[in-house]
Every structure is written in C-alpha cells, then in structure tokens.
Design a protein around this ligand. Sequence first.
Ligand code: FPP
Length: 244
Amino acid sequence: MTEIKIPEHLAIIMDGNGRWAKKRDLARIFGHRQGADVVHDIVQYTSDIGVKYLTLYAFSMENWLRPKDEVGFLMKLIEEYLNKEVEEMDKNNVRLLVSGRTHLLPDETREIIEQSIEKLSKNTGMVLNLCISYGGRSEIVDAARKMAELVIQGEIELTKIERDEFGQFMYNPEVPDIDLLIRSSGEIRISNFMLWRAAYCELYFTDTLWPDFDKKIIDEAFAEYSSRARRFGMTDEQMADEDE
Ligand code: FPP
C-alpha cells in the first residue's frame, strides 16, 4: 500500500451549498449555514492530521454580484463563525490569515477578522487561510501594482524581479504553493482561485456537495494524492535525485 502523504498546503473550493439547499426545498442560506458547520469539522480534522496550511475559498470577488441579501448573510455567517470558533482555534494552536481585497468588506466584518487574526497570531500550528473577497486575477493585479510602486520609488530594480521575487507580492506571501486542491459539487473548474499558487498543484474533484462533505473525502483525496507522481516539469529520475 502507498504511504499516505499529507499535503503541506491543502486548498478547498467549497461548492454546492445552493444546490444542497435547493434539493431540500430550502433557501440557499440554509446550505451556507450547513456549510459553515462542515468548515468547523474540516478545520479540526486537517489540523489534527498535520496539514500545515489550509486555504478555503469562502467568498470570491465574483460573489459580490450575488443578491444583496445573500451577500449580507454570508458576511454575517463569516463574522458568526469567527466569533464562535476563535477560542477553539486558539486551543488547537491554529493561526488565521485572510487573503483578498478585504478593504471592500463591511467595517464590522473587517474588524472581527482583524481581531481574530490578532488573537491567533502567536499560534504555531496549522495556518487557516480564508479567502474572502478574493480573486486570483485581482491578487496578481494587486501584486503587480505593489511591485510597480516600489519600482517607481526606486526601491527595487525591475531586472531583479523574477518568479520568486514577484511571488513575494502576493497576499500573505508566507503561504506556499498549493500541493492539493479539492473542489466539491462535481464542477471541474478552478474559478479564479489561487491562480499563482495553483501552478503545480494536484487536483481532486468530488461530486459531494459541500454541506455533505466530510473527513472521509479528505482521506480519499489524500490517498489519491499519495499515489500521484509529481514531477514539476522534470523527469522521474531528476525527482528521485531531489528526494535523496
Ligand atoms: C459555494 O456554494 C459556496 C459559497 C459561495 C460560500 C462558501 C461559504 C461557506 C461554505 C460557509 C461560510 C464560510 C466560512 C468560512 C464560515 P454555492 O452557493 O455557489 O452553491 P451552488 O453552486 O450549489 O449554488
């Protein structure tokens, strides 16, 4: 049997809340509420089994275009989640980061996010990176703007900027490239998620809707991940040399 490898950076596109609710003749918000309970379980489980970074796509730039009521509900749900979970995350030594255009968030949501990040900032266990008001293309545009500003100010030389240097301008640059990306609900797309850091990630798709997602699917995805040969554009022989 293949030894189970735990990806250092696991990212999840949590999709299917609306369809889960619709199947039960419920309003979409009930799917989101159930989805938040699953977030709790998955944060706990991944932290227990040794994932170092867990990135969750909680609210995209495109989600701002949803009906106002749904957007408002999602903001409240994120606030409620952080208020409720911060103590437990602290007990589990989880640190929190938030990636995205957070200046677009309502003041109250931003304040709760900032307080939670601060409260958990000394923790040394798993890093939970919540993507909120996040778009992969916006992240790259924001990085280019930050870099250009420093070039204009004469603080950096454009010719010194290569891939790794540019990567340092992304949101929360300490977060490494994604090793495994899981998407729920049967959709087979990336949807503008972590474009820079997804460059060489392994992809795993499940038909399960996010509110029905559970740790068994994490186990299945890790088993599949462990069986894949990651070559990063190199040959098997080169990879074997790198492992030695
Ligand atoms: C996609 O399902 C999901 C979202 C847009 C929101 C994700 C939010 C949560 C899982 C809960 C809150 C998050 C946290 C961190 C507490 P969808 O609505 O697009 O589903 P559909 O494709 O079936 O319509």
